[in-house]
Design a protein around this ligand. Structure first.
Ligand SMILES: [Zn+2]
Length: 322
């Protein structure tokens, strides 16, 4: 009799893509398939996810013995109840019992969480967070978000909104309101959204070469290095704001490790600028400085989703009481 290895199905449901893949217990991606998304209505997104799951099960199939599944998804997610509350800021209707729907489709337990907390869970189980009970996972991509692990537990908050650090204020002189209603939020200074906003304010329309009219952060950095004063100002303000944010977060949860992911900090030049802005005495409890996620960026979201399934099978893990 051949004993099949236990595997986990991850569903990484982002704003522009859905990646479904089978992952082993060490975090190796065995097989995956990409599906198109881009939905703005939650009901449409749920139907697309269910039909993609059926397609994967029926046409791709599983290599190992599927033990559990996980969905890492945009919006507001109640991990404990397995409910997807909303795709954006405001719910369209009652919460969607997404974990149960996927579980019934696949016949295995399913966990769900939002994208940044999925990534934080993957760091804790499979990545750089394995060596720490107190770390911050910081994602600087299109937006800015963080996952906080304190005493081995992932913080969620009373309304599952803990970690929305993009709306912490770093610029008191900013006169344009953020979508959240406040002024000077860090996401508007340093992120894909923030760099785009700053480029618009500086009249640099030609930098918006990426899909959706977003600014290409690498191009911005190239221009800054070539001596463009506006680009240099945007980059320097962004690095200063991010360093300020990181040091503020350090003062809140006293971590020993800060793990980062997302496209913006993967630019070494920008990373160095941020590091130069970190005050050694504030950062003295973090001897390793900023630590890059060890995951292949292509599969980081998928590993996050699969790790939510792994948590379901580990009774003594951090989420056991959830
Ligand atoms: Zn804000």
């Amino acid at each position: 009799m051949v004993i099949k290895m236990k595997t986990y199905l991850g569903m990484d449901f982002g704003g522009t893509k859905l990646l479904i893949g089978e992952v082993d217990s060490e975090g190796t991606v065995l097989r995956s398939k990409r599906y198109a998304t881009g939905f703005t209505r939650q009901a449409d997104a749920v139907q697309a996810l269910l039909s993609a799951v059926r397609d994967y099960r029926d046409n791709v199939g599983f290599i190992g013995e599927l033990a559990a599944a996980g969905v890492g998804i945009v919006g507001i997610v109640d991990n404990a109840r397995g409910q997807w509350i909303s795709i954006g800021h405001d719910p369209e209707g009652p919460p969607v019992p997404l974990a149960q729907m996927i579980s019934e489709e696949l016949g295995v337990p399913c966990g769900i969480d939002n994208d940044v907390r999925s990534s934080t869970t993957a760091e804790l189980l499979l990545g750089q967070g394995r060596y720490s009970q107190n770390f911050i996972y910081l994602n600087v991509g299109t937006g800015l978000a963080a996952g906080f692990v304190v005493g081995g537990k992932l913080l969620r908050g009373a309304h599952v909104n803990a970690g929305e650090i993009g709306h912490m204020v770093v610029d008191l002189s900013d006169g344009t309101p953020c979508v959240c209603g406040r002024f000077g939020c860090v996401e508007n200074v340093v992120s894909g959204i923030g760099f785009t906003r700053q480029a618009q304010l500086h009249g640099l329309q030609e930098l918006m070469t990426q899909a959706g009219g977003r600014v290409d952060a690498c191009l911005l950095m190239d221009r800054a290095e070539a001596g463009d004063k506006d680009c240099l100002e945007i980059i320097n303000s962004g690095a200063h704001a991010l360093a300020c944010l990181i040091m503020n977060l350090v003062r809140v949860t006293d971590p020993d490790t800060i793990i980062y992911g997302g496209g913006i900090l993967s630019d070494e030049r920008f990373l160095r600028k941020v590091e130069q802005g970190l005050d050694p005495s504030t950062m003295r409890g973090i001897p390793g400085g900023l630590t890059a996620s060890s995951f292949n960026p292509r599969y980081a979201g998928l590993l996050g989703a699969a790790s939510l399934g792994m948590v379901k099978m580990r009774p003594r893990s951090l989420e056991a009481t959830a």
